[in-house]
Design a protein around this ligand. Sequence first.
Ligand code: NDP
Length: 255
Amino acid sequence: MNTLFDVSGKTALVTGSSRGIGLALAGGLADAGVRVVVHGRNRDQVDAARSGLEKSGRVETIASTFDITDPAAVADGIAAIENEWGVLDILVNNAGIQRRAPFTEFTFTDWNDIVATNLTGAFLVGQQAARGMVTRGSGKIVNIGSVQSQLGRAGIAPYAATKGGISMLTKGMCADLAVSGIQVNALAPGYFATELTKALVADEAFSSWVRTRTPAGRWGDVADLVGTLIYLVSPASDFVNGQTIFVDGGMTAVV
Ligand code: NDP
């Protein structure tokens, strides 16, 4: 049997997997035989997502509801997972938020919330998960970036800054952790219809701009992200480290 893409039996935390992209990624991992921690702050949504995954008979899951912006909660949350399963092989740093406003109208609170969730949250969860991975001498971390790390667009300066930060956080983590047998890469999606983008989907002019600006001629489907994630957490990518891979229908390849 070809084991290049075999991830079965591994354990993974996908932050923000109660809906949207995170839920699709958790489902993809579950389909590949990975035990998954379903995570988000809203317990009801986490439980609904879990029962959806378990109903299809896929794999064992754990619920987790820590706030990724709270260092003590992150430490407790990761410890609880490691106590339950003994090991955390894979971390997908996916949880994130977006707020849109003209640059001069963003509040200090907006800026702090976006940075705390998208960048500080990825740092805190990444650091805590990496500690156990270093001890075990192996681990795979995938940080979810965005095409906005490359494209300047009006109305999302704080979000774009955090996603640019994710690409450099990924390189820095790789530089420190590769020697311990850990890979840290980023997966950067284009435009996908989720709760985060629902106002954009509803705006026909914007929605049509996405289709025109994307060489593939359409919005992404969350299922489009699963193959790249499996690649990044499987033995097939063992020598790939510190990279940001865009899954965007070609959006960042063209002007
Ligand atoms: P959603 O809003 O659908 O889901 C976000 C998830 O993150 C939810 O599970 C939410 O649960 C969780 N979350 C948010 N804040 C926190 C927090 N402080 N602590 C714990 N969990 C939290 O977003 P998407 O699925 O669209 O986005 C997922 C990721 O993909 C984000 O990083 C986003 O930036 C990125 N991305 C999305 C794109 C898109 O087109 N949709 C494009 C490019 C990147 P709860 O609110 O209950 O905590």
